[in-house]
Design a binder for this molecule. Structure first.
Ligand code: BG6
Length: 487
C-alpha cells in the first residue's frame, strides 16, 4: 500500500471520535495501514498536536474494539497525528493546511498521495472540495481521493448540484461515497453467497423466487437528531441510500468479474430496471408511517410528535414500506418489499427470500404444514444465513419446516468504517456508492418526495414497539404474501 497523507476534516466531531479514530487504530494494529502515513486532523477548535494526540487516545480507550496494551506501538500510532485549526470559509486556513501537509510529506519522505475525509456537515462538502482545489491542496504529483458520507443532497436537484460542484474539484473515480451499509460484512457477503454458490445462483431469479423482503427495523427513536430527522424522515435517511443499496446488492446479476467497475455496472442495471413510480401511483406502492407512543422493553415511550425538537404537527415519516418491481427478464413478476422504521419491535436488518412452492399438489392434504423455503440473511445485529427447508418429523411423520443455519461467531470482525477506510487506502471502490447509483436512487425516490410534500399519501400511524402500521401488512396481502419473521 502506498504511503500517503490522510486529512480528516471535522476531527473533533462525533463520527471521528466514535468511528474514524478507532478504525484507523485497528487498521494500524492489524498492519493494514500504509507503512508511512501522515494524519492531519483538521478542526475548528484550538488545539496543540499533543492535545489532539491525547484526545485520539481517549477516543480509542472508549470506542476501539481492540484493547490497547502496547504503549510503544500506541505512541507510534499517535505520533502520526498533527493538528491544524481551520475555518472552512477562510482561504488562508487552506493555505496553512497545505503548508503543514507539504512539510510532513518532506519530513516523512512520502509521495504526494492525499486522502481528504470530510467528516463535516453536508453543507460544507462542496465548499471544502472546491477550496481544496483552489488552494492547491489538491494539486498533487501523486493521487488524491475524497471521502464523504451521506446525505448526498436532499432531493434529486440538490444532489445533482452537489455532484456538479464536487466534480469540479475531483474526478468521479477519486470520490469515495460511504454508505456504511455497504461496509457491513453480511452485505459484502451477498455477492459471494449468490455468485460463489451455483446452487443459489441457479435459483436466483423469477422462476424460483416468489418475493424478496428487505427489512431494517430499529428500536431507537429520533434520538438527539430532531433537527435533521424531522426534515429528512425514513425516506431520505434510510430508504434512498441503505435500503436501495441492499436491493441492488441482492438483485444484481452475475458480473463479468469481481471488480468495482463490473459490480457497479450490475448494480446500476438494477436501478435502471426499477419500474418508475409516478406521483399519482405512490400511494399504491408506498406506505408512510409515524410512531405513536407505546412500550419498548416494558417501558413507556413518547410518540414522535412529543419528542423534543419535533414540530408537534409534523407529518414526517419514521417508517416506510414499499413494493418495487424490477422489469428485466430475471426479476419480472417478483415483488421486492422493503421496509424500514424507527421505534419498531426489534433491531434487525435482514433479507428474506421466499422461494416458490412447487410441492402443492404432492402435499395437498398436508399443505397447511408445508411452509415455503426461505433463505434468511441476517445482517445486523446478528450475522446469520439460514435456509428454511421442509422435513418429515421422525415421530409424527408430518412435514415441518427445519432450519439449516450458519452463524458467524467471530465477534472481533472489523467494523464497517475499518473495512471501508482500508478499501479507500487501497483505491478499491467496490463498496462505495457510485454517483450513477446515487442519482438513479434519487430519481426513483423523487416522485415519492413530491407526493409526500403535496400530502397526497396518507400518514399511517403505528404503535412504538410494533412491526409498523397495518397498512404495511396490507401492502403484501395484495399479492398474497406476508412479512416473514414478525413474531
Ligand atoms: C444511519 C441513519 O445512516 O443509519 C440512522 O442516519 C440509523 O438514522 C442508522 O439509525 C442505522 O445504522 P445501523 O448500522 O445501526 O443499522
Amino acid at each position: 500500500m502506498e504511503s500517503m497523507t490522510f486529512v480528516l476534516f471535522g476531527s473533533t466531531g462525533d463520527l471521528a471520535k466514535r468511528k474514524i479514530f478507532p478504525a484507523l487504530y485497528n487498521l494500524y494494529a492489524e498492519q493494514k495501514m500504509p507503512q508511512k502515513i501522515s494524519i492531519i486532523a483538521v478542526g475548528r477548535k484550538e488545539m496543540s498536536d499533543s492535545d489532539l494526540q491525547a484526545y485520539v487516545k481517549r477516543s480509542l480507550q472508549t470506542f476501539s474494539r481492540s484493547i490497547i496494551d502496547d504503549e510503544t506501538s500506541l505512541a507510534d500510532f499517535l505520533n502520526a497525528f498533527r493538528y491544524s485549526q481551520f475555518d472552512a470559509t477562510k482561504m488562508e486556513d487552506y493555505q496553512s493546511l497545505r503548508d503543514l501537509v507539504e512539510q510532513r510529506e518532506k519530513e516523512l519522505h512520502i509521495p504526494e498521495n492525499r486522502m481528504f475525509y470530510l467528516s463535516v456537515g453536508p453543507e460544507f462538502f462542496d465548499l471544502i472540495a472546491l477550496n481544496i482545489k483552489e488552494s492547491g491542496l489538491g494539486s498533487t504529483k501523486g493521487w488524491k481521493r475524497l471521502i464523504i458520507e451521506k446525505p448526498f443532497g436532499h432531493d434529486l436537484e440538490s444532489a445533482r448540484l452537489l455532484n456538479a460542484n464536487l466534480t469540479k474539484a475531483f474526478e468521479e473515480e477519486e470520490i469515495y461515497r460511504i454508505d456504511h451499509y455497504l461496509g457491513k460484512p453480511m452485505v459484502q457477503n451477498l455477492e459471494a453467497l449468490e455468485f460463489a454458490n451455483p446452487v443459489l445462483q441457479t435459483l436466483w431469479n423469477n422462476q424460483h423466487i416468489a418475493n424478496v423482503q428487505i427489512t431494517a427495523s430499529e428500536t431507537v427513536g429520533v434520538e438527539e437528531r430532531a433537527g435533521y430527522y424531522d426534515k429528512s424522515g425514513a425516506l431520505r435517511d434510510m430508504f434512498q441510500n441503505h435500503m436501495l443499496q441492499m436491493l441492488m446488492m441482492t438483485a444484481m446479476r452475475k458480473p463479468n468479474r469481481i471488480s468495482a467497475t463490473d459490480i457497479r455496472n450490475e448494480k446500476r442495471k438494477v436501478m435502471e430496471s426499477l419500474r418508475p413510480l409516478t406521483k399519482e401511483e405512490v400511494g399504491l406502492h408506498i406506505i408512510r408511517g409515524q410512531y405513536t407512543s407505546g412500550k419498548m422493553g416494558g417501558e413507556p415511550v413518547k410518540s414522535y410528535l412529543e419528542e423534543p425538537g419535533i414540530n408537534p404537527t409534523s407529518m414526517n415519516d419514521t417508517f416506510i414500506a414499499a413494493e418495487l418491481w424490477i422489469d428485466n427478464s430475471f426479476w419480472s413478476g417478483v415483488p421486492f418489499y422493503i421496509r424500514t422504521g424507527k421505534r419498531m419491535k426489534e433491531k434487525s436488518t435482514r433479507i428474506v427470500i421466499e422461494f416458490k412452492d412447487s410441492s402443492q399438489d404432492l402435499y395437498k392434504d398436508q399443505h397447511e404444514q408445508v411452509a415455503p423455503n426461505l433463505l434468511i440473511i441476517e445482517i445486523n445485529p446478528n450475522e446469520n444465513v439460514t435456509l428454511q427447508l421442509n422435513s418429515k418429523h421422525p415421530m409424527t411423520g408430518e412435514v415441518e419446516p427445519i432450519k439449516v443455519n450458519f452463524t458467524s461467531n467471530n465477534k472481533d470482525v472489523p467494523e464497517a468504517y475499518e473495512r471501508l477506510i482500508y478499501d479507500a487506502f487501497r483505491g478499491d471502490s467496490t463498496f462505495f456508492a457510485h454517483w450513477n447509483e446515487v442519482e438513479l436512487a434519487w430519481e426513483w425516490v423523487q416522485p415519492i418526495i413530491d407526493a409526500f410534500s403535496e400530502g397526497s399519501v396518507p400518514l399511517a400511524h403505528y404503535e412504538s414497539g410494533s412491526y409498523g402500521p397495518k397498512e404495511a401488512d396490507q401492502l403484501l396481502q395484495n399479492t398474497g404474501f406476508k412479512w416473514w419473521l414478525d413474531e
